[in-house]
Design a protein. Structure first.
Length: 131
């Protein structure tokens, strides 16, 4: 959080936009009535501290009233693969396909981040991507 606070203070002073990539743990799981990924029964306990730190980082962004920021929460699974340039966009809910998978390649996550940098659509909010 200290790093996020420093970065946000810096961009507030300069007018530069901050793009952060965080975690998926704070996204809500579709069809669960608002249960977050980190609170799902199958979430690995060993990953909980970093997941909660990512949520705190997002809260720090949301509290920064003068900064221009965008926060990308990836899907549940990132894997090396093909760069297709195709993906779906979401906000605060985990994106899943018809089989219940939430996945994107590292290559397409990079494309999504660069697309956002070049054509901002998510200023001062979080967004997520998946196939």
């Amino acid at each position: 959080m200290a790093t996020a606070e420093s970065l946000l203070a810096g961009v507030s002073a300069t007018g530069v936009r901050l793009l952060l990539v965080g975690g998926a743990a704070g996204l809500t799981v579709p069809g669960t009535g608002g249960l977050t990924v980190v609170d799902a029964p199958d979430f690995p306990p060993s990953a909980r501290p970093i997941a909660l730190a990512c949520d705190a980082q997002l809260a720090t962004c949301r509290a920064a009233s003068r900064a221009d920021w965008t926060y990308l929460s990836p899907p549940a699974l990132l894997k090396p693969g093909e760069r297709t340039g195709r993906y779906r966009l979401g906000a605060d809910e985990l994106l899943v396909d018809a089989a219940g998978r939430s996945v994107i390649s590292l290559e397409d996550l990079a494309v999504a981040l660069l697309d956002e940098a070049e054509r901002p659509r998510h200023r001062r909010c979080r967004f997520t991507v998946a196939y």
